[in-house]
Design a protein around this ligand. Structure first.
Ligand code: XMP
Length: 530
């Protein structure tokens, strides 16, 4: 287990038993300005003792404690003297290993319930006698371990919340971390502040200072190169590294010819002009478009674009190392490659009772390259969740248009042009996309949705313009809401806004005479069309 937070911070460790909500627990704790870290369920008591967390939370999970291969905790954790809060399956682990009884009910209690608080438990301080909660569990506790007492019950469950205040062990059968438990935050607050005595020392200001120190210690006076895509993560890394090491950082921005309109201008203005970051702009549009000629298969497009990106990036580094750039002629002048790796990419995922997720689409981000140049990695935001990266970006002075921009796929507009990518099709899609973005922004919807974009379909249909028959392309509008891109629903935009977007596209974009709206959810559809 690798911890990057300096020891002065309070810390809560979360043992992950495979719940879909584990990361939500992590975020909730960080929202309380306490640093949290997610580790595997089988992390040993010795390792945890060395980490010295102020408290431990056991997540929920899909298994039943008696199942073959069910994930089991190291029971010595309960005698470390560190407060433990077991949630759902975490409570079952606690009861099971400390001598209580757990029963597999064969049915899942799922949905809303009302909690009757029955004693003066510190966990429910300030919440009153009744609390609305959200349940999702299969096992249930039928007898408490010795030393434990009931803290709250629901109509269906006599042991909905239990505690051993002497040993500071607490268990909840429901989920305090989800939005459906409206006062769950206060329960977690009670645990974190009053039971674990954490201080609110996890703030973006302190993170930025610590991160800068760590980067300086790591890179010394060596040079760092960063592939800047203009997306949130690499932008925040650029701003952070610039603050930490100034001109030791060089950013490379590759125009692959598949960007949105004026994207290269925005990036050069924000980073080159405002931040005065050393920025090498490489216009490789022609190289990419030549390589994409004749290719229609989506994964093939991604492969071509990913491979070409690596080559262009390597060429740029070699170029930067040439003597006319004032440095010796070898490409090792950059010892470090910076990447915008985030915390969800780092958490070791555990698949319990499920199949590892299939690769539906291969995602080529700007990161993960180029291996053969043997860089050491600098990953200054690998501790952060996405919302924290955004906060850090704002604190570092990045504009809202960068910090809150919607995700944009690495292969760019190529996966939004169904069929072959040609300069003419790119022109059409770019024009349509500009209208979608500007109308979404003007109506204030842009920041309320996950993504909003146009897709160019390889379908020509008959239309009429004045007295003329037209035979032109169709644009599909894809506007979705989502938490993390894994699932998504289409946004019910006001008809007037849809009408304005549609009218503008058919009137202003040459080559388009029809606009359709994508009203499919993910799954079974995906967000991008390719
Ligand atoms: P899908 O289409 O799989 O998209 O529902 C989920 C999220 O991922 C983005 N996406 C990509 N991002 N390279 C990327 O960097 C890709 O090849 C790629 N394909 C999809 C998509 O925009 C959405 O936010």
């Amino acid at each position: 287990m690798k911890t990057q937070a300096p020891p002065k911070h309070s810390k809560i460790l979360i043992l992950d038993f495979g719940s879909q909500y584990t990361q939500v627990i992590g975020r909730r704790i960080r929202e309380l300005q306490v640093y949290s870290e997610i580790v595997r369920f089988d992390t040993s008591a010795d390792t945890i003792a060395r980490e010295q967390p102020n408290g431990i939370i056991l997540s929920g999970g899909p298994a039943s404690v008696y199942e073959n291969g069910a994930p089991q905790i190291d029971p010595k954790i309960f005698s470390l003297g560190i407060p433990v809060l077991g949630i759902c399956y975490g409570l079952m682990q606690m009861a099971h290993h400390l001598g209580g009884q757990v029963r597999y009910t064969g049915r899942r209690e799922y949905g809303a319930g009302t909690l009757d608080v029955t004693n003066e438990s510190q966990l429910f301080d300030g919440l009153g006698a009744q609390v609305d909660v959200w349940n999702s569990h299969g096992d249930e506790v039928t007898a408490l371990p010795s030393g434990f007492r009931v803290a709250a019950r629901t109509s269906g469950s006599p042991f909905a919340a239990v505690e051993d205040p002497q040993r500071r062990l607490y268990g909840l059968q429901f989920h305090p971390e989800v939005a459906h438990t409206p006062r769950g935050r206060e329960i977690l607050q009670n645990f974190v502040y009053h039971i674990c005595h954490c201080t609110m020392d996890w703030t973006m200001g302190s993170f930025i200072d610590d991160a800068c120190e760590r980067v300086r210690a790591q890179v010394g006076d060596n040079k760092v190169v960063l592939g800047l895509s203009g997306g949130v993560d690499s932008s925040v890394v650029a701003a952070l590294l610039h603050k930490a090491i100034g001109d030791q950082l060089t950013c490379i921005f590759v125009n692959n010819g598949l960007l949105r309109a004026r994207e290269e201008e925005v990036v050069q203005r924000v980073f080159g002009e405002n931040f005065h970051i050393k920025l090498k702009y490489v216009d490789a549009s022609e190289r990419f478009l030549n390589n994409l000629r004749g290719i229609v298969e989506p994964e093939e497009k991604r492969k071509v674009i990913g491979n070409e990106f690596i080559k262009v990036f390597e060429d740029a580094i070699v170029d930067l190392a040439k003597p006319d750039h004032g440095s010796p002629s070898n490409n090792h002048q950059f010892k470090f490659l910076a990447q915008g790796t985030l915390y969800p990419d780092v958490i070791e995922s555990i698949a319990i009772g499920g199949n590892p997720a299939h690769v539906i689409k291969s995602h080529h981000n700007v990161g993960g390259l180029p291996e053969k140049m043997h860089f050491e990695l600098v990953e200054p935001v690998r501790q952060l969740f996405k919302d924290e990266v955004r906060q850090a970006g704002l604190q570092l002075g990045l504009p809202k248009e960068i910090v809150y921009r919607q995700p944009f796929p690495g292969p760019g507009l190529a996966v939004r042009i169904l069929g072959e990518v040609t300069p003419e099709r790119l022109r059409i899609l770019r024009d349509a996309d500009t209208i979608v973005q500007s109308e979404m922004e003007a109506s204030d919807w842009y920041y309320r949705v996950w993504q909003s974009f146009a897709v160019l379909l390889p379908v020509q249909t008959v239309g009429v313009m004045g007295d003329q028959r037209t035979y032109d392309y169709t644009i599909a509008l894809r506007i979705v809401e989502s938490q993390d891109g894994m699932t998504a629903d289409w946004v019910r935009l006001p008809y007037e806004l849809l009408a304005r977007i549609s009218n503008r596209i058919v009137n202003e974009v040459k080559g388009v005479n029809r606009v359709v709206l994508d009203i499919s959810t993910k799954p079974p559809s995906t967000i991008e069309w390719e």
